[in-house]
Design a protein around this ligand. Sequence first.
Ligand SMILES: [Zn+2]
Length: 426
Amino acid sequence: MRSYTTASAVAVIAAFYSSAAATAQTAPPCTHPNALGVSRTVQIDTTGGPGFGFEHYKANDFLQPKEVVLTFDDGPQKYSTEAVLAALAEQCVKATFFSIGKMALGYPEIIREVAHAGHTVGTHTWSHKAIAKLKTFEEGKDEIERGISAVHRAVGGPVAPFFRYPTLIDTKESLEYLGKRNIAMFSTDIDSLDFKIQSPESIVKTVMTKLAKNGKGIILMHDIHKKTARAVPLLLAALKQGGYKVVHLTPKTAGTTVAEYDAAIEKDAKGLPQVGQERPVSAIVKTVEGDVPEAEKAARESAGAKAAPAEAAASAQHAAAPEHQETPAPAQGETTSETAEPEGIPPPPAEEGQAETVPGTHGQTEMPHGSGGTAAATGALSETSAAAPAGEPPAAKEGEAASPPAPAPKTWSARAAELWESWFGK
Ligand SMILES: [Zn+2]
């Protein structure tokens, strides 16, 4: 019996882990009628570090007229990234997220949710330093590689070898380096200017005006802003109305990390299970008496359907649970990063010395990271337990968890409505 349950537990882990790879997603088919959807998925061979986005790299013109690519930088951020995900799910479209290493380590459950939803996760340095302004190439390399290692660690699996420079400004040396690392770089065709435009409607107008002129393009947005989160559903509606099609970018091969930098970010990753070692929370915590939460039921059903009998979860109880389960992640980063952003340059949300705004900063490891194991596992279950948003819900009330979740096809829609109302008001 023991060997049987162990094998089952391994099967659960394997099933979970195979779905954790950001570059090998098999997202559930879109069931929303009249959704915008993905018109085509392209696979990018990143050998030699090709560049995309005509603001900086005037080659590789792969988009057809009326085609757009949705990209989001600087996240993950609590609430806003989740709202963006809900809006994308509502229209069954896929995007590329250029995540900052520190942010990913601060909110691993959210970046995992991004990956699990089938979006492509690339990187955007460790702490959003403008590489062109750094004194040495080594500093730039450090920013790039730490970012990759951190996002990889937070996602719990490979990320796409896709990179976007903070402020979009590259350097000759770093370009050569990315080429040798076979990492593609992405500029933009359509800058939404969401870092300085204030209203969601204006963001949409800016994008649509530029699109009308350009006819197609890679759209740059930032999932750290509430206004962007509010703009995304409006933008998707406008794209649909305008006859635009969404193209999803995927890498031909997964990105790799450099061991030296994996080690360097380890202290910031404290509390996160090692890549390949994590288990869904349902495999760690099981209700044995009293009411079973809906999320737990859904997770059990999902695990059972995927791989293993329920005993797997029970056998996993004996393994060590992550520490500090009670510690919530902070949520101050959101407003700070918005107010701190300079004109024309996306904010550096993870500067040294601003530990309170950015989980994952030195000296803060015990706070957000302590919850990493649990939160990450919760994020891993997001597909089946949408009734419980990753991290602590901002307006969770006693008894809310007891209400049954909506049927699967409506879950994202219901969730999107709830999120916007509770976070941003009507
Ligand atoms: Zn940025």
